[in-house]
Design a protein around this ligand. Structure first.
Ligand SMILES: CC(C)(COP(=O)(O)OP(=O)(O)OC[C@H]1O[C@@H](n2cnc3c(N)ncnc32)[C@H](O)[C@@H]1OP(=O)(O)O)[C@@H](O)C(=O)NCCC(=O)NCCS
Length: 180
C-alpha cells in the first residue's frame, strides 16, 4: 500500500520479510535515545531480530519504506496473544485473556517522520490485515508511558481505550482496542 505523508515523498507499507533484517537493524540503530526509551519490544541487535522472526506463527513485523531512499522509516510488531509479563496486570482489570483472539502491539516511527501520519497509516494497514484473522482485541506491549503524550493521543485517535494505570519508572497506561 502506498501513502504520501509529507513533501510528496511516497512511502510503501508492507509486512516485514527476512530480506529486510539488515535495513531494520539500521533503522533501529538510528532511532533517537528518546524514541528508543519508549519502544522496546525486543533488543535492537541483529540476533534479536532474527530470533523474534524465526517464530512467524506468533510474531509479524510491519514496515514503512521511503521509496526515494529505500530506507525503513517506521516499524511495528504484532505478537499473537498476550505477553506473559503483562498477564496478571491485565487480568486485574477483569479482562479474560486469550492467546488466539488477543494480540499485542508496539509501533515506532523514525524521529524525522513522526507526526505526519505514517504511524496512523501503518496502524490502519495492520488493522486491515488483522481483520482477516481470528484476532479481536489489541493490547499495548507493556502499556504506554503516561508522559508519552504523542503515543497516548495516537492510541486514542485510533479508538484505543484506557484499561487502567500502573507504575513502572513513572505512570503508565494499559490500553485496549476491540476490533469491530
Ligand atoms: C507514537 C508514534 C508511533 C505515532 O506515530 P506518528 O506517525 O508520529 O503519529 P501520526 O502522525 O500518525 O499521528 C496520529 C495521531 O497521533 C497523535 N500525535 C502525533 N504526533 C503528535 C504530537 N507531536 N503531539 C501530540 N499528539 C500527536 C495525534 O492524535 C495524531 O492525530 P492527528 O493526525 O489527528 O493529529 C510515533 O510518534 C513514535 O514512534 N513515537 C516514539 C516511539 C513510541 O512512543 N512508540 C509507542 C510506545 S507505547
Amino acid at each position: 500500500m502506498l501513502i504520501t505523508p509529507k513533501d510528496n515523498r511516497q512511502v510503501y507499507l508492507r509486512k516485514l520479510k527476512s530480506k529486510d533484517f539488515d535495513k531494520l537493524f539500521i533503522y533501529l540503530q538510528h532511532l533517537s535515545e528518546d524514541t528508543k526509551k519508549r519502544f522496546g519490544p525486543h533488543l535492537f541487535d541483529r540476533r534479536s531480530i532474527i530470533d523474534v522472526y524465526s517464530n512467524t506463527d506468533f510474531y509479524s513485523g510491519y514496515i514503512a519504506i521511503d521509496i526515494e531512499s529505500a530506507d525503513i522509516i517506521a516499524y511495528a510488531i504484532i505478537k499473537i496473544g498476550y505477553l506473559e509479563h503483562d498477564a496478571s496486570r491485565l487480568q486485574s482489570y477483569g479482562v479474560m485473556l486469550s492467546n488466539t483472539s488477543d494480540c499485542t502491539f508496539a509501533p515506532s516511527v523514525a524521529d524525522e517522520w513522526q507526526s505526519c501520519g505514517v504511524g496512523n497509516s501503518l496502524f490502519q494497514f495492520i488493522l486491515s490485515e488483522l481483520k482477516a484473522t481470528k484476532v479481536k482485541r489489541i493490547f499495548l506491549w507493556g502499556g504506554v508511558q503516561a508522559s508519552n503524550k504523542k503515543a497516548v493521543n495516537f492510541y486514542k485517535r485510533n479508538a484505543f481505550v484506557i484499561l487502567g494505570q500502573f507504575y513502572h519508572l513513572g505512570d503508565n497506561y494499559d490500553m485496549l482496542l476491540d476490533i469491530l
